[in-house]
Every structure is written in C-alpha cells, then in structure tokens.
Design a protein around this ligand. Structure first.
Ligand code: P61
Length: 468
C-alpha cells in the first residue's frame, strides 16, 4: 500500500563502519538496549515513542496550555479519549508503566491474582511489586510460533474459568492485552473479549484492557473476524473498549507521541482513588507527568490512530518485511502481527541452547552485520527469577510508525538474510551482569566464542526484490 502521507522533515542516518559496530556492541555488553542510537543505522528496537508526528500534532502542540491545574489541554485530551473509546474517567500518566503502576497500587492486594494473556514485562512487574500473582491464561497457540491461528491474543476460556473458580475472591482484575506483544503482536477476537467479559461479570471481577495497540487489533478484527468487515475502526475501537471496565494505554505506540500514557476507567470510586494516587507518583490529575503540549499532541494522535489507511499501511509494512524474510528462508512467527516481525531464534540458531541466550546473541549478530537494531524477546526478557523458562525465543524487528520506507525494509531483509547464511557461526552468550528488576534492559553479556565477521562495510548491494 502506498503510504497515506509524505515526508516533510527528515533526520539523517548513516551506517557506522564494520569496526565501529563491532566495538559498539562489545561496549554495549551485547545488549542492543545499551547501544547509542548514533551507532545504529536502522532502529527497529521498538515502536515506542519512535513514530513520526503529523503536521496536525505539531500544530496542536503550539496550543499547549501549560497551566499546572485545570489545563485546557487536559480537557481536550479527555474529550478525545471519551470520543474514541467511551471511558468516563481519564487519568494521564507519563507513559504506559505509570498507568500500570497506579492501576496495580489501586486494584491489587498482596496475594491477589491477575489472570492475563501471556504477560508484558512492565505490567507483570507492577502487579508483582504490589504483591500480586501473575497467572497466564493465554491460548496455547500464543506460544506456538508456527500455528497460523488468527487470534493468538485470545484468552483460553477454560483456563480462565478454572482460575476464577479456584481463586474466587482473590482475583484483582483480568487483564486482556490487544495485539499481544510477547506472542508476536497477535490480536484477540471480539467474540473472545465478550466471552471474557461475561465471565468477569459472573465473578464480579473488573476486566481491564491493555489497549496499547488497540487500533491494529481493531483492523485485524475487521479483516479476519466474521461480521465486522463493514465496521469502521472508530466503531470497532468503541466496541472493544465498551466490553471492558477500563484500560491502560502506552500512548507511545498507536497514538504517535514520543511520551504519554493513560489510565481510563468507568468506575467512579476506582477513578477517585487513581486521582488520589496520581498526585503522589505522576503529577496533578490534569497533566499526570505530561506537558500541556504533550497532551495536545496526544489528543490529535488518538484521532489519527483510528484512521484506517494509516493503520492499514503500518500493518502492511510489517507484512512486507515479513514476506521478504520468509522469501529468504528466515524462520519467523506467523501469522504476522501488528507492530513487528518476530524471528524465531530457536529455529534460526538451533545450535545455541536456551541457557546461552540465542535471541540475545542473534540480535547482537544482526546489529554487527548491518547496523540494524532489534530486541531480544526470549529468556532474558521472560525468565522470572529462578523459575525455569521454556517459552518463546524471539528477536523482534519493530517498525516505528510512519518512519521507514520500503527501501529501508528491503535493506533490513538483505542484512538479516546474510546473517541467516552465516547462522551456524553465531556464538552463544554468557550473562555477566543482571539487574534485579527487568534485567533485559541493562543486562550485560560476553560471547562464548568470537563473533564471526558478519559485518558489511556498505549496505548490502544484492537486491532481494528485483522489481516492484
Ligand atoms: C515495547 F522491552 N512496550 O513494546 P511504556 N503494555 C504494552 C507495551 O508494549 C508496553 C507497555 C505496556 C514497549 C516499550 C518497552 O520490556 C519492555 O509506555 C503492551 O513503555 O511504559 C511497552 O508502556 C509499557 C520495551 C517496555 C521493553 C518494556 O517496546
């Protein structure tokens, strides 16, 4: 699909030399989070805060009302959230985890359970810091990188029912994440959400969405769930949000802002407690850690996030990169999801045992080869304390929204294809430093054998796509 926008402001990028890249990854302890962005050519670390803002967002930022309390920009934001999703109460936060923190502090008592589809790192961390217990109730397909099931974001209703029955009054809330990040950006169906809502109601438990990637979930519903083909994304977003009692959003993704998050709620009493706590951790309830101009950009971004051509173009970019990698034989998670292509490191580097961090090693090798920054989503991110981990072992190639062109994606695919040809030479890693919380962000590693000489000094010349 031709992008439904054109480029007005550009940021130069350049490929550092092969020697610089080898030096940079060594300095970064083989952790792509610890690279300097100037050492990166194409940055596919995350879609978080990395989107291009629109001219309308920039124009709105000029109108930011920086009043500490009663800011006009807050009321604009509140109106945008209510129109888009229908929630009654809107509490801004500096980003998604700020909202998750408030939610966990309010809803989770020590020993209480949060059933969820898989997990997200920060979401689980905040529940556990509040003394809660995270229980995975995802469908089995979520953890199967070769299953083509279109709704891998669904909750397994039998598993959920078992947890609800056994725990009864010890459930803090049910969490349902749109375009389930850790499974590969995989959507839930509205039918599944409605069934989860029915069970939540029956047991008197709140149902809270992680609505960070709601727009793409709405598009997948439109395209793949029977009965929704004629619905607009705006209608679908209202329908999805309307099945829940509240939501957290990291607005750094779908809402096209570099910073911002939201806690949106229907219950007056929960919202009152959130407003009590927001002043402790984030700021006055009329800004929650954001500047007035941030809230203006966010209000516009919320409306843009339901513009179907924009969302469709994004999802098709992911599909395009996925198709290029598949053509090169690279094993990826299918079906392709919302925001990223996920390489299956278990099949890419089968010679590296999971205890030697195959996805971490592969992410480092991909950087060395072509200056492309990706993210580990395997045992480093997913292992919990000393518990055994045998979950997915993925490298995420995440697309910022409205940022890269098809040529960038073709370069990425050529670069990864070259790593695939040399895959048997990629060494495993040993962890030399692990922080106590969310270790993947700042952990350090050393290779168990020298990294092969994958590095190209020039962007690879071989064309994968001959004609377009
Ligand atoms: C990402 F490596 N995601 O995907 P905040 N819920 C969901 C998210 O995807 C999410 C947050 C809540 C990021 C950034 C990031 O382990 C990591 O605005 C579904 O980032 O606080 C964030 O929202 C939290 C990367 C976060 C990570 C945690 O790249």
């Amino acid at each position: 699909m031709v992008p439904p926008f054109k480029i007005k402001v550009v940021e130069p990028i350049a490929l550092p030399s092969a020697a610089q890249r080898r030096e940079a990854i060594e300095q970064a302890g083989y952790n792509t989070f610890l690279l300097r962005s100037e050492d990166v050519f194409i940055d596919l670390l995350t879609d978080s805060g990395t989107s291009a803002v629109s001219q309308e967002q920039r124009a709105a930022m000029e109108l930011g009302d920086e009043a500490y309390a009663g800011s006009r920009s807050f009321f604009n934001l509140e109106r945008a959230v209510r129109e888009a999703y229908g929630y009654r109460h809107v509490i801004p936060a500096h980003q998604g985890r700020g909202a998750e923190h408030l939610l966990a502090q309010i809803l989770v008592e020590p020993g209480q359970i949060v059933p969820s589809n898989l997990y997200f790192t920060t979401s689980r961390e905040h529940v556990e810091l509040a003394g809660g217990v995270w229980v995975d109730v995802s469908v089995p397909e979520a953890s199967d990188p070769v299953s083509r099931f279109p709704f891998k974001g669904n909750i397994d209703l039998a598993k959920l029912e078992n947890v609800l029955r056994a725990a009864d009054d010890r459930i803090a809330f049910i969490r349902h994440e749109a375009c389930l990040n850790m499974a590969g950006g995989q959507p839930f169906s509205i039918a599944n959400l409605a069934a989860v809502q029915a069970r939540a109601r029956a047991h008197g438990v709140p149902l809270i969405l992680d609505a960070t990637r709601l727009s793409e979930n709405a598009l997948f519903v439109k395209d793949h769930e029977r009965g929704y083909a004629r619905h607009s994304l705006a209608e679908l977003a209202r329908t999805i949000a309307g099945l829940s009692d509240g939501a957290i959003f990291s607005s750094k993704k779908d809402h096209f802002v570099p910073i911002g998050g939201l806690l949106a709620l229907n219950d007056d009493e929960v919202a009152r407690r959130a407003r009590e706590l927001v002043v402790v951790y984030e700021g006055f309830p009329h800004y929650g850690g954001l500047a007035g101009h941030d809230m203006e950009a966010l209000a516009v971004g919320i409306r843009e996030s339901l513009h179907e051509p924009t969302v469709r173009h994004y999802v098709e970019q992911v599909a395009y990169l996925g198709a290029l990698l598949q053509d090169a034989g690279v094993p990826i998670v299918l079906p392709l999801g919302a925001h990223a292509v996920f390489i299956d490191a278990r099949r890419f580097t089968p010679h590296i045992p999971q205890q030697q961090f195959p996805a971490q090693a592969l992410a480092a090798a991909i950087y060395v080869a072509g200056g492309v920054r990706t993210m580990e989503r395997g045992i480093v991110s997913g292992q919990h304390g000393d518990e055994p981990y045998d979950g997915l072992e993925l490298v995420r190639l995440t697309l910022p929204r409205r940022v890269y062109t098809a040529e960038h994606l073709e370069y990425v695919a050529r670069s990864v294809a070259e790593v695939y040809e040399a895959r048997s030479e990629i060494p495993g890693l040993r962890m030399t430093y692990a922080p106590e919380h969310l270790r993947f962000f700042q952990a350090r590693f050393k290779p168990l054998a020298p990294m092969p000489n994958l590095a190209q000094d020039e962007p690879a010349k071989r064309e994968i796509v001959e004609t377009r």
